[in-house]
Design a binder for this molecule. Structure first.
Ligand SMILES: [Ca+2]
Ligand SMILES: [Ca+2]
Length: 241
């Protein structure tokens, strides 16, 4: 059947009764340049498992915090919009009493571990930097346990923080870390378990790594428009001008 079209009052009425708005020629509106915006397909998945807890920054922005402080061990899986160079900075903590370094009512020395994989091929390995800021119980002594803490530099997560004197991370075996089921249910293929040399006694460790381009060979992403969200909660007196 031939379609009949009637134009009335700016509406286009099709024979099936469908009514659609008809574009009218109007005054030319000023438009800015067409902006290419990122879509969800431009993001990559970040899978992170910490024994016991972590917070993760990318290029100085907080992007993920472990949702469970202690146990059960869990995988945090989030979408990230990668940008390069990409400086990843992670604070990871084993569960440990600040005064004794012990857990379970000061009866046990807990051990740690950290692993990460991004959809762009970024993985943890010994090329990362790792530095401990809380160690204990010193000498592994449970009776009369003592600990040592070092000041954490306030800008440890920023891109230009100088970590050149920090030690390299140490790779540990899956057997030594003994990850729980969520690890096996997520993609960590090719990633290594890292920590300092001592999985048991180093309890707060900061990791850093800068990725220059997608390790899986993907092209560099476009220069997307990126919002800058100030999460610093500065007092109004510092922001009112
Ligand atoms: Ca420990
Ligand atoms: Ca632990």
């Amino acid at each position: 059947m031939k379609m009949r079209q009637l134009t009335m009052c700016g509406l286009l009425i099709l024979s099936g009764g469908l009514v659609v708005a008809q574009q009218k020629p109007g005054p030319e509106r000023k438009r800015g340049p067409r902006i290419a915006k990122p879509r969800i397909t431009d993001t990559v998945k970040a899978n992170v498992y910490a024994d016991n807890w972590f917070k993760l920054y990318i290029n100085g922005n907080l992007v993920a915090v472990d949702s469970i402080s202690f146990i059960p061990h869990n995988v945090v899986s989030v979408d990230i919009l990668p940008e390069y160079p990409m400086t990843i900075a992670v604070m990871a903590k084993d569960n440990a009493d600040p005064k004794t370094g012990l857990e379970y009512n000061n009866s046990n020395i807990g051990d740690a571990g950290f692993i990460l994989k991004f959809g762009d091929g970024t993985v943890t390995d010994a090329s990362w930097k790792a530095k401990s800021f809380f160690r204990g119980p010193l000498n592994g002594k449970v009776q009369g346990a003592t600990t040592q803490h070092w000041d954490i530099p306030k800008d440890w997560m920023v891109t230009d923080f100088d970590d050149s004197t920090w030690p390299q991370a140490v790779e540990h075996t899956e057997q030594a870390v003994d990850p729980k089921q969520p690890y096996y249910e997520n993609d960590f293929k090719g990633a290594k378990w890292i920590w300092t040399q001592d999985l048991a006694l180093d309890n707060t460790v900061i990791f850093r790594k800068t990725i220059k381009s997608p390790p899986n060979g993907d092209p560099l992403p476009k220069t997307w428009p990126r919002g800058v969200i100030d999460a610093s909660e500065k007092p109004a007196s510092q922001t009112n001008q």
